[in-house]
Design a protein around this ligand. Sequence first.
Ligand SMILES: [Mn+2]
Length: 220
Amino acid sequence: MARTIAIGDIHGCADALRTILTHLNPRPDDTIITLGDYVDRGPASREVVEMLLELRSACRLIPLIGNHEAMLLRARDDAEQMDFWMYCGGRQTLESYGGMGGVPDSHWEFFESCRRYYEDDERFYVHANYDPMTPLEHTPDNVLLWTHLTTYVPRPHRNGKQAIVGHTAQVSGQLADWGHVLCLDTWCFGSGCLTACEFPQRRLCQSNRSGQLICADLKD
Ligand SMILES: [Mn+2]
């Protein structure tokens, strides 16, 4: 059976991602949607991106862009954006690459290839948030990539689908569920965990940042 699995904000936590992928053992007909924020804050952004590049050949990977990838791309193109990115956790990313010049072309291509959203028949997936009345293709990045659910939990989208999001870190380590919105950012780089969630069954696989498996309802 082909699986649909979404993975929350990784933030340089390669050990957690490795544990989850080992446990899931992705297959070619699986669709895995990563919700963005692969880099920054955690210690191993470069390794996380390497793992995602490899994952592309193991399954159907749909990587979304997070605000941290947007900051990284902006800092590359505009030196004045560098200070803000450093303030938001970019320093750890630069350390993992040994500086901006150490980012391989394949990684830049990966960041540039990330989608702003993804939809299937039942759900849509986006890094941060949405506007209930605006089609996703016309929704600005400040909403899709930046607006926290603590600022605004929207009404159900008029497309009638459930929203699967990250970005608003749940420091409890538990998913936040409003029914029409489900947040999978369970604060991996802090003391929470990285969450993978299979739909529609909602089976979970979770690892803390040290790579310790802490929930294994979803397995190979
Ligand atoms: Mn984010």
